[in-house]
Design a protein around this ligand. Structure first.
Ligand code: GLA
Length: 375
């Protein structure tokens, strides 16, 4: 089965936009291995929009831009596969891609065949320039069927930005992940609004087909295509972003320049426990147990009698959270409680019952994990 866990990898768009080439991809592939990302489960290296020539070839096939990719795409695939990683590419359901390159509307079966010949393992499929007369659901179904018949396992990453409530039908048409929101920017407000827009839409996100809330911006610090140099995320905000993606079991597709990301953000992207939470086999979305204006308390059931209790303060002020454990299904008279530790600092908190109190500074979060035991 493809996508029995939320896919993990890297995508060129957030940082590089149209400035992509063979050298960048090869260097990024090397970094995936050398810096340890591969060992943690990051496996897809995805080339986004702007890789093709502006016109199809005489045979009707998509043609890689020879200036950007002088050895073609099979060469890139071979390099990626030689390192034990997987190769992702990009096309679009419309007449042209978002950056106005040729797109797959009416060419689905030809393009799926081309991608299979290039040994592609993942296809991001966008929604720009879609004909008014067209049927979006059918367009995703058509590419899904084309991929299923192309002779190669290709993960279908549908990207229709939430149009027509894809959480209701993308699983049925065969997508493995579906973008449910517009494009992320590398700002606090952008990832907060993405989470707000989807916090009640994760019930259909599960093995086989996951809600995709866009590529991460962790480590961009305002640089690159979707960054703003005068509105840079703090490390605390990057922790909020990454851990939210993990709590919601979203695909973890890095969007920063991993050749340059080191220190806090590299450690964050490589936080084993957060990744484990994201990749939990049951992929249960968290329950919102505290919801007051711009603060949230989240409770997530993992497999193996493990639980996550997390707090997010999106406000400009410090805030106090009190969570009665009855709200977690652990009433006072049960005698049960949680044996907790802090996922980020590693601090052991120990046995907690009846309620949990914490205060949090503005734009920070706290993520606790533990087992349900009888104290
Ligand atoms: C859309 C998508 C982005 C990116 C660009 C490429 O905006 O949502 O993720 O793929 O197109 O042009």
């Amino acid at each position: 089965m493809l996508a029995n866990r939320p896919p993990m990898g890297w995508n060129s768009w957030n940082t590089f936009g149209e400035n992509i080439d063979e050298k960048l991809i090869i260097e990024t592939v090397d970094m995936m291995v050398e810096k340890g990302y591969k060992d943690l489960g990051y496996e897809y290296v995805i080339i986004d929009d702007c890789w093709a020539l502006r016109e199809r070839g005489k045979d009707g096939r998509l043609v890689p831009d020879p200036e950007k990719f002088p050895h073609g795409m099979k060469y890139i695939a071979d390099y990626i596969h030689s390192k034990g990683l997987k190769f992702g590419m990009y096309s679009c359901a419309g007449i042209m891609t978002c950056a106005k390159y040729p797109s797959s509307y009416g060419h689905e079966y030809t393009d799926a065949k081309t991608f299979a010949e290039w040994e592609v393992d993942y296809l991001k499929y966008d929604f720009c320039n879609f004909p008014i007369s067209g049927n979006g659901k059918n367009a995703y179904l058509t590419m899904s069927m084309a991929l299923r018949s192309c002779g190669r396992d290709i993960l279908f990453a549908a990207c229709n930005w939430g149009t027509d409530e894809p959480w209701k039908w993308m699983r049925s048409v065969g997508a493995h992940i579906y973008r449910s929101t517009g494009d992320i920017n590398d700002t606090f407000v952008s990832f907060r609004d993405i989470i707000y827009s989807q916090e009640n839409n994760f019930s259909m996100s599960a093995p086989g087909c996951y809600n995709d809330i866009d590529m991460l911006t962790v480590g961009m610090y305002g640089k690159g295509l979707v960054g703003f140099e005068d509105n840079v995320c703090t490390d605390d905000e990057y922790l909020m972003q990454f851990s939210l993606w993990c709590l919601y079991g979203a695909p973890l597709i890095m969007g920063g320049d991993i050749r340059k990301i080191d220190g806090f953000c590299k450690d964050l992207l490589q936080n084993k426990e957060l990744i484990e939470i994201d990749q939990d086999p049951e992929c249960r979305p968290p329950i919102i147990v505290h919801n007051w204006q711009d603060v949230r308390g989240l409770f997530k059931i993992l497999s193996n009698n493990e639980y996550v209790l997390a707090f997010y303060n999106y406000t400009k002020n410090n805030n106090i959270f009190t969570i009665p454990f009855t709200d977690l299904g652990i009433p006072y008279n049960s005698g049960m409680g949680l044996d907790l530790h802090d996922v980020v600092t590693g601090e052991k908190i120990g046995f907690v019952k009846d309620f949990y109190n914490t205060d949090l500074k503005s734009h920070t979060c706290k993520i606790l994990r533990g087992k349900l035991i009888n104290g």
